[in-house]
Design a binder for this molecule. Sequence first.
Ligand code: MN
Length: 268
Amino acid sequence: MKRKILLTNDDGINSAGLWAAYEALSPIAEVTVVAPATQQSAVGRSISIFEPIRANEIVQNGVRSYAVGGKPTDSVIIGLYALALGPDLVVSGINIGENLSYESIMTSGTVGAAFEAANQGTPALAFSLQVEDQGDKFDDPQFYRQSFADAKKVVQEVTRTFLDRKFPPGADVINVNIPSLVRGGYEVTRLSDKLFRTGVERRLDPRGRPYFWINGPLVDDAEEGTDVHAVRKGNISITPITLDCTARTAHGELQHLFKSEVGWARRS
Ligand code: MN
């Protein structure tokens, strides 16, 4: 029996990256596309709870798909609970632009969708493709022209690996980043701390009032073994991610500082 994949992204249902992933996955699984109707990059795992969510059944590139008027996370929830797709895997991507470091994965809509799927009990893979020109990340991803040839091979190989095999213990999401030009091979990595040298530009609007724009160049490199370093070297970075953010090393000291005390509420 063919395995089922729910395919989503954050660049929107028109993105060339999403359809490159579809081409890579449709030969090996039954793929249903449930993706945001519009560009939703950097919304992280945000969720629509104060607006109605529309999921329009459309035919895109000859494929029956669902365009969701919402976030990547909404798309996953609609796919799992409204459409009841029951996927074996959720795949998110291929994102236009790398999602490296914990700075980046905590804001990424691509990885956010994968977090949601994993938290709902479906293992999830996130795929992102490095872009050389940062402007490409923010252009209309429908018109992104870089070759997806290597990225498609990676999406197929990595996904195939997990169609019939569980993730290693402790891994809820597997975050895969493909360099724009693959010069090496796979490298299993840990998250770096940052992808950007964060800055803010102050400009004036047409009425002379200041506004701010969050901006900043990419970091040049990071330590050996990190996702940032792997992609800078031209390797395909594979990072296992866990959802549980508890800092276990801090438990003992915090327990010492905040001793369990019966009757705290009655203390004067
Ligand atoms: Mn994106």
